[in-house]
Structure formats: C-alpha cells, structure tokens
Design a protein around this ligand. Structure first.
Ligand SMILES: [Zn+2]
Length: 283
C-alpha cells in the first residue's frame, strides 16, 4: 500500500499521453530486399554445436549470416556479441530494448555500446515470428533479462553452481581467446535471450518466464553488419519452463550455422560506421 495520499489532480496527471521515447522512423531503414537478395544462394560455410549447460564462441565475417538453430528439443540460448577487432564495442541490450522493444524479431537490429552505437547485427529471419504476444503478455527473444549467473544464484540459494549462462559464456571466451577467467568475465554482458519466452506479470510487474515454444528446426537468423565474435550458452534452464541455475531441467544442444552470401550480392552494401557524435560531452 502507498504511504502517501493521492493528490486531487491525480487523474489529470495520470492522463498525460504516453509517447514512444525515440523516433524510430529516423533509424536507418531495414532494407528487406538487400538482405533477401543476399540470403538467396547463400552457402553454409561452417557450423558448431553448443552442448547443454555449456557455451561456445564463433566468428562471423561482416556480410555473412549466422543462425541459431533448435535441434533436439526446446532450448533457450543466451547470446553475446562483440566487435571482433575491439571487445570494448559489444552488444547493448538496454539501448536495443529502447530503440525496438522488449522482444526482437525480423528487421530489428542488435545495437552496439557507446561510443560506437551502430548495428552489430540485423535479424533477417525468425521462424517464431508467428508467436507475437500471448495472453500473459509474453513474447520471444527478449532483451529484458540479463543472463542467469552464479552470484544471484548464490545470493538466493547459498549454493555454488558453475553452469549458469554467465559462467558458460565466461568459460567459452576464456578458452577461445586464452584469457584467465577474471579477464574473460569482464567482457561478458547482457544477452539476447534467444527463443526465451518472457514478460512482466500484469499485477506485480515482475519478470516472468514460461516454457519456450521453440521446437527442433526453428531458427533465428542474423546478418553480421561488422566482423563479429559471438558466444552462445545453452541455458541450464532448458526451455525455461520450470527452473534455471540448476541441473533439474532437461536441456538440449543448440546449433550455430554460418552462411556466406553469393558473390556480388552485397556490392552496394557498406558496413555501418561508428556514431558521428564528436565525443566532447561539453568538456
Ligand atoms: Zn541461462
């Protein structure tokens, strides 16, 4: 219960119109024909399997596509992305949420951190785009949640657990780049929750998850706007329909596939440049 009295003009104050914060029609346009043209005739050049409750890294050259594919059963994945040449530029979940929505799909971009602030990747296909919003307000592929991590788990349960997505991503990056765990961990950031079905409860506005509708054969596809390093964790929560941060749930592997577009398909395309802001901050 609130501790303060409702002012007499409360209704008037609450009636202020809700405005979308950013004029997203001013964002660089999603040119479907460019991406569709590049997708036609693309060839798979590599793939890798991410084991349940573990993580892997992968590299995607600018102008290539990559897919995250459900293969053996419903499974949620936690995705990190970096500029392959400069790890200080990485996926910016919060700004992606502000510019697009709480959940992303075809046509949305995965934006990079400041001062770069440019698209790292563009979503070019999503077999779960039919899901939309369910009656609980849930949607797929969220940029709300951070990632399951051993610190929150320890705070809540007093237990050490080493296969949360945060740790899986840390191990994967440490192994790929020959970093000590402390160094790798600094680079792990808020994720895109691939295939995860989430929302906010209507009464208390708390973050909820429910069993992912993903099934084997489903995939989400991205176009790499710059040279990328990715890391993917197959979440210990499996389909995230019951629990996470423990070994109680059935988990499945995920597949990452990399595709090269047909020669010449991107002749008119240029990778996005870093933000043009001067960087002076009034100093
Ligand atoms: Zn997780």
């Amino acid at each position: 219960m609130p501790e303060n009295n409702t002012p007499i003009d409360a209704a008037q104050r609450r009636a202020a119109p809700a405005l979308v914060c950013y004029s997203v029609d001013q964002l660089p346009a999603f040119d479907m024909s460019l991406y569709e043209n590049a997708r036609m005739g693309m060839q798979k050049v590599s793939e890798l399997r991410v084991a349940p409750r573990d993580g892997e890294t992968f590299e995607v050259p600018a102008g290539h596509f990559f897919r995250i594919v459900s293969i053996e059963g419903p499974q949620v994945g936690d995705l990190n992305l970096w500029n392959a040449a400069d790890f200080s530029e990485r996926f910016f979940s919060g700004k992606t949420r502000q510019l697009h929505a709480t959940h992303v799909s075809t046509g949305d971009r995965l934006w990079s951190t400041m001062p770069g602030l440019r698209p790292l990747a563009t979503i070019t296909h999503d077999t779960l785009d039919w899901y939309g919003r369910d009656e609980d307000g849930g949607g797929i592929h969220d940029v709300i949640g951070t990632r399951c991590d051993p610190y929150t788990n320890f705070m809540l349960k007093g237990l050490d657990y080493n296969n949360c997505c945060h740790s899986n991503l840390t191990r994967a990056l440490a192994s790929a780049k020959d970093m000590v765990p402390e160094e790798a961990e600094m680079h792990i950031h808020d994720v895109l929750n691939v295939f995860m079905c989430t929302g906010f409860t209507r009464d208390t506005h708390q973050y909820f998850m429910k069993a992912s509708p993903v099934r084997p054969g489903d995939f989400i596809e991205f176009f790499a706007e710059i040279d990328l390093l990715g890391a993917l964790s197959a979440c210990p929560g499996g389909d995230c329909g019951s629990s996470h941060s423990d070994n109680s749930t059935q988990c499945y592997p995920l597949l990452v596939e990399i595709f090269k577009p047909q020669d010449g398909a991107l002749n008119d395309w240029q990778p996005p440049t870093r933000s043009g802001y001067s960087g002076h901050h009034g100093i």
